[in-house]
Design a protein around this ligand. Structure first.
Ligand SMILES: Nc1ncnc2c1ncn2[C@@H]1O[C@H](COP(=O)(O)OP(=O)(O)O)[C@@H](O)[C@H]1O
Ligand SMILES: [Mg+2]
Length: 239
């Protein structure tokens, strides 16, 4: 029996008077991997920001593990187990790699029943490069290194659900592969449920079992990546 981890019911959001999300319904099952796809400017990032509480709802509600978190602040949702790797990475440039990872531990405070505190060895096993550069300031890292750090920081909070917004955007191809393999391991070995915004449909299809397509702030289509091909959906996403 598959249970819902995150459920959105008629979620709307706006920037001032300008409405950006319209009645978005989404159901993310425990243990699944879901891809959110769509052209630039359709509202994907706004939707993720709304899920984590960075952006306010103007209508609808968000349930996480059966509890209404619509009014919960961002740090409360992080503690509830929603991890976030925002678009453009946003590591703290003046802090070292180790200090950035430590910031991720804040999501653990007040949580019960966790396996351990401190930075998990799994993160360094996943991204061995982070071990080598642990004392370096994050602002000096390459884009790929910063992305590995951003993912590592989110994992330090031991999320149940991990939201990633275009994690391979602007990253060199050799590192893209490493990040894709890391996401597979996070899913399979840690059992983390994953929602990924991804432009690269081939990866979205191999990684996720469900897809959602956004257009102008609405989910216009959703389905199974096992029953439909990326080629059938591409025209809804490509420019
Ligand atoms: N901070 C903001 N203030 C006003 N409008 C914004 C802001 N951020 C995004 N928008 C607008 O909201 C719409 C959706 O943007 P976004 O969620 O970033 O889309 P996507 O992630 O799909 O590219 C766009 O029209 C964008 O211009
Ligand atoms: Mg975006």
């Amino acid at each position: 029996m598959m249970t819902s981890l995150l459920t959105l019911e008629k979620v709307s959001s706006a920037y001032g008077q300008s409405k950006v999300l319209w009645d978005v319904d989404m159901d993310i099952r425990q243990g699944s991997a879901v891809a959110l796809i769509g052209r630039n400017g359709v509202g994907k990032t706004t939707l993720l920001n709304t899920m984590v509480g960075v952006q306010k709802l103007t209508g609808g509600r968000i349930m996480f593990e059966g509890k209404d978190v619509s009014a919960a602040p961002a740090h409360g949702r992080a503690r509830a187990g929603i991890g976030y790797v925002p678009q453009g990475r946003h590591v703290f440039p003046q802090l070292t790699v180790m200090e950035n990872l430590t910031v991720g531990l804040a999501a653990l405070s007040g949580r019960k029943g966790l396996a351990q505190s401190g930075i998990s060895e799994f993160i360094f096993d996943l991204f061995p490069k982070l071990t080598q550069i642990r004392a370096r300031k994050a602002g000096l890292l390459s884009g790929g290194e910063q992305q590995q750090l951003a993912i590592g920081r989110a994992l330090a909070g031991q999320p149940k659900l991990l939201l990633l917004d275009e994690p391979t955007e602007g990253i060199q191809p050799s590192v893209v592969k490493q990040i894709e393999r890391a996401l597979e391991r996070i899913r399979v070995e840690l059992g983390v449920t994953i929602l990924i915004v991804e432009q690269y449909l081939d990866f979205a299809w191999s990684f996720a079992e469900r897809y959602h397509v956004m257009q102008r702030g609405q989910i216009i289509r959703q389905g199974s990546t096992r029953e439909e091909t990326a080629a059938e959906i591409a025209h809804l996403v490509n420019i």
